[in-house]
Design a binder for this molecule. Structure first.
Ligand code: ATP
Ligand code: MG
Length: 328
């Protein structure tokens, strides 16, 4: 069975973008692949985090994975900082990375723009991400297309290491899903929806109440030509809402265009809101059942143990290949 690795940062409340672009896909993938789903808290601290909020976000993220349908008997769900091999191989991968290539990453540019103090870890985030993936002999990484640049770098670093030392790492393939690959901000639809966006109106959170969801979608920025048509350049707002509707109802964009011919934006937005509410309702119900449970802790303990077992083996091979430590 092929191995999949994917991580989500506990850097805020999960968004509809994270769900449609990542989690929803994961639930299907766990049936056919050996999956590792990681709560990448060490990535979250590349930008300042409040201690208590971070704790809460980590637990909520774990509960949302389970509530969305991740089955701990099929997939391994764990917290990055509970498996020390990640930072250890992360350091090794930093030794294989060039500052120039890290500075070219758009996420680094976006997240450091206008900031007075930027942590060096924001720059070295991609080598840690490479380590996350490479530790598990991952063959496939499913991501939204905001992450493809990091994935390409991961492949480069793995190849560089293999060529220089020994064939230790599996070179992972990138798997970008078509629908839902990039959900955009409701207020600035040319920018992606992000859990770390400060504008709450721009973002639908997985735990938003139905009323909030409806309100946010109804005030989403669109255009004035009144036609429901997919055109990312000319009509980014409507195109984004169409993508959301398509992902939540398993319709194609063509079917949606057809269905809303001659129908106004008011009705269209109402239908989008209803679809999102229906999609999230069962997840929210399950979330509130497990968020404070011992079951959730047990799942995370077992996940960390299973992940460590595999990760430590790869780490040991990489260290040996580089000549670190002693021969044992
Ligand atoms: P942050 O703003 O803190 O970077 P984020 O919302 O971008 O948060 P990540 O933790 O960086 O979330 O990414 C988690 C997963 O969600 C990744 O697989 C990423 O590709 C996917 N993802 C993030 N935002 C979107 C989006 N707007 N549309 C589709 N997929 C997304
Ligand atoms: Mg991100």
């Amino acid at each position: 069975m092929e191995t999949i690795f994917s991580g989500i940062q506990p850097s805020g409340s999960l968004t509809l973008g994270n769900y449609l672009g990542a989690m929803k896909q994961f639930v299907e993938l766990q049936e056919d692949y050996n999956c590792y789903f990681c709560i990448v808290d060490e990535h979250a601290i590349t930008v300042p985090q409040d201690r208590l909020k971070l704790r809460k976000n980590i637990r909520e993220l774990a509960a949302l994975y389970i509530a969305s349908g991740i089955d701990p008997n099929k997939a391994t769900l764990f917290i990055q900082s509970e498996v020390p091999a990640h930072t250890q191989l992360g350091w090794i991968m930093q030794t294989q990375s060039y500052i120039g290539e890290l500075e070219r990453m758009t996420q680094f540019k976006d997240k450091s723009k206008g900031k007075e103090a930027v942590s060096s870890a924001l720059l070295t985030y991609p080598p840690l991400m490479a380590a996350d993936i490479l530790l598990y002999n991952t063959s496939l990484v499913p991501v939204g297309n905001d992450q493809t640049q990091h994935l390409e770098l991961t492949r480069d670093l793995a190849e560089r290491f293999n060529n220089k030392y020994n064939d230790i790492f599996t070179i992972p393939q990138i798997k970008v899903s078509e629908v839902g690959a990039r959900i955009m901000s409701l207020q600035e639809p040319t920018k992606k929806m992000s859990k770390s966006d400060v504008n709450q109106k721009a973002t639908i959170y997985m735990l938003d109440e139905p009323k909030q969801i409806e309100k946010k979608i109804k005030s989403a920025v669109t255009d004035s030509d009144g036609v429901v048509r997919f055109d990312k350049e000319q009509k980014p707002g409507i195109s984004n809402l169409m993508t959301i509707l398509a992902s939540c109802t398993n319709q194609t964009l063509e079917q949606i265009e057809e269905k809303y011919r001659g129908v106004g934006y008011g009705q269209f937005k109402q239908d989008v809101a209803d679809a999102v509410v229906n999609e999230l309702r069962p997840i929210q119900e399950r979330f509130y059942q497990i968020i404070d449970s011992q079951e959730l802790d047990d799942i995370l303990d077992q996940g960390a143990e299973k992940a460590s077992f595999v990760a430590n083996k790869t780490l040991a091979k990489a260290k040996k290949a580089m000549g670190l430590g002693r021969v044992k």
